[in-house]
Design a protein around this ligand. Structure first.
Ligand code: ATP
Ligand code: MG
Length: 144
């Protein structure tokens, strides 16, 4: 897994707390280029589809509700070893277990409202980018 793109969302809680700017600053400082980005809000169907892999988990309905509760930022990020390096700088899913200095340690409110999403594989980075950006291959074909 050494592709050059990953996909992130800044989740509703972090947007509501005016943490878009501080989170993007860290993303840039850690060497990621923002190659596509927009502010949007998920419909229930979009959130259910995005998190379909978790549909049997007890937190699924609550997660869908939380992810649709307000605007989010979606962005395509570029860097060497993007998926792995981004997951390092966001930290553990549960902010109580996240390392000092990670985005989730700094900005997450709970395991559910954990500030950001980061793709977990090169394949999912592409699937998730395609979910939000029309013809997203125009952003990543030269950097894959
Ligand atoms: P993400 O996919 O958002 O980058 P992740 O890969 O660290 O996070 P996953 O296991 O894929 O974690 O879970 C997806 C999302 O579901 C988490 O980011 C979090 O918002 C929510 N979630 C995961 N586990 C729990 C839980 N035990 N209780 C509540 N919400 C949870
Ligand atoms: Mg995940």
């Amino acid at each position: 897994m050494n592709g050059r793109i990953t996909f992130t969302m800044i989740k509703p809680g972090a947007v509501a707390k005016e943490n878009i700017g501080p989170i993007l600053k860290i993303i840039n400082e850690k060497g990621f280029h923002i190659v596509a980005m927009r502010l949007t809000q998920l419909s229930t169907l979009q959130a259910q589809t995005f998190y379909a892999v978790h549909k049997e988990r007890p937190f699924y309905n609550s997660l869908v509700q939380s992810m649709t509760s307000g605007p989010i930022v979606v962005a395509l990020l570029e860097k060497d070893n993007a998926v792995e390096d981004y997951r390092k700088i966001i930290g553990a899913t549960d902010p109580a277990k996240a390392e000092e200095g990670t985005i989730r340690k700094l900005f997450a409110e709970s395991v559910e409202a954990n500030a950001v999403h980061g793709s977990d594989s090169d394949e999912n980075a592409i699937i998730e980018s395609d979910f939000f950006f029309n013809h997203s291959e125009r952003f990543y074909k030269s950097i894959k």
